[in-house]
Design a protein. Sequence first.
Length: 83
Amino acid sequence: MAKLLFFGPLSDVLEIESMTVPLPGEVKTIRDLVNALHQRGSRWQRYLDPQKLQITRNRQFCDADSEVADSDEIAFISRPGSI
């Protein structure tokens, strides 16, 4: 199960600081993960936008096209002024 962390104003608008989720087989990249999370509703679609966030995978900055594994820790961090 992947651990997801949400920081800054992003955690406020999504009303969550962390969650643990199993990654479906079709989720290969962080972008795929974000698309799957968009199923949670319009707030997720609006605010969970890789272009407006800094993303880390296992505490290393990365981009949305980075591969993701079920054992990863993924953090989404609001860029200043993006929310």
